[in-house]
Design a protein around this ligand. Structure first.
Ligand code: PDD
Length: 284
């Protein structure tokens, strides 16, 4: 089956889908992206992702290229045309194509590109085994709350992690963990309190983070929003990450050192089940 992508109004086979070499996403990383999970051919927590897309494009003074309703229609058409059962839909909005000049071009239409990618999210062996993470300095820009396509720092961090046999990079700033290369970081204290960094310009406000914290709160699980160090994570009872494309994955080693007994923790395992149930029940 040929994969179908969406490019500025057209549904095209992936190898015919084209963007101009002058596209500002390509030249300046002048664009925004979003990733929504697909489970049983339905979108998970999609409204949250589209609202964050709207906020991010606004933060770089771009208008939404289509309404949220229209974008969701295109997402659904891509899922149908690609026969996607489980995976993700990727959305990218850039400032469009124009002669190379740093300041915004006038009268240029933003580009909208979307495609699907298959992925086993629920039956992931990594979620069963737990993942290894490597810590690295956070060398990103100061507006990490914007879901910018400028991901070079994360590409380099995740490559270094992969070379060390790890599945995620944890980025460190001023002695505290900011977030994962493409995930939000959590620990569980000895008193069973979930700790995660508060939202600010230092991290992306995770959609999975938001939904999971609400689900935990409903179950009277205690939550503390504060920054924490690698040392605290190393002595924690459990650690885990969340993202749209992985839901929740337990973290079992940090720079080669085990977290607790080096196995996925009970609370992380329970929260993953809770999130999967939520995703199945609310996907549309
Ligand atoms: N990344 N922090 C960063 C830096 C991220 O890139 C992501 C998601 C998250 C988690 O956000 P959410 O729960 O809304 O997916 C946190 C996506 C999945 C990606 O780049 O593929």
């Amino acid at each position: 089956m040929t994969r179908i992508a969406y490019v500025n109004g057209d549904f095209l086979p992936l190898d015919e889908a084209r963007i101009s070499v002058l596209d500002r996403g390509f030249l300046f990383a002048d664009g925004i992206y979003e990733v929504s999970a697909v489970l049983e051919s339905k979108l998970v927590d999609n409204e949250s992702h589209l609202l964050r897309l709207e906020r991010s494009v606004g933060e770089i003074a771009l208008a939404m290229p289509e309404t949220r309703e229209r974008i969701e229609e295109i997402q659904k058409e891509l899922i149908a045309r690609n026969g996607l059962v489980e995976g993700v839909v990727y959305i990218q909005v850039t400032r469009g194509a124009a002669d190379r000049d740093f300041a915004f071009p006038k009268g240029v239409k933003p580009s909208l590109v979307m495609f699907t990618q298959e992925k086993n999210i629920v039956a992931s062996p990594l979620a069963q085994r737990g993942i290894a993470v490597k810590t690295l300095p956070d060398i990103r820009w100061a507006r990490r709350d914007i879901k910018s396509v400028a991901l070079l720092a994360q590409v380099l961090a995740k490559q270094a992690a992969a070379e060390a046999g790890c599945q995620e990079a944890w980025m460190i700033e001023d002695g505290k963990i900011t977030e994962g290369g493409s995930s939000t970081v959590f620990i569980v204290t000895k008193d069973d309190v979930i700790v995660t960094r508060p939202n600010s310009n230092a991290i992306l406000p995770g959609c999975t983070r938001k939904a999971l914290l609400a689900l935990a709160e409903e179950r009277q699980i205690r939550i503390e929003e504060r920054a924490f160090s690698v040392d605290e994570a190393l002595t924690a009872k459990e650690a885990f990450i969340t993202s749209a494309s992985a839901f929740l994955q337990p973290v079992v080693t940090i720079d080669g050192a085990q977290v607790a007994d080096g196995k996925p923790g009970p609370l992380a395992t329970r929260l993953r089940e809770i999130y999967i149930d939520f995703a199945r029940a609310t996907a549309r």
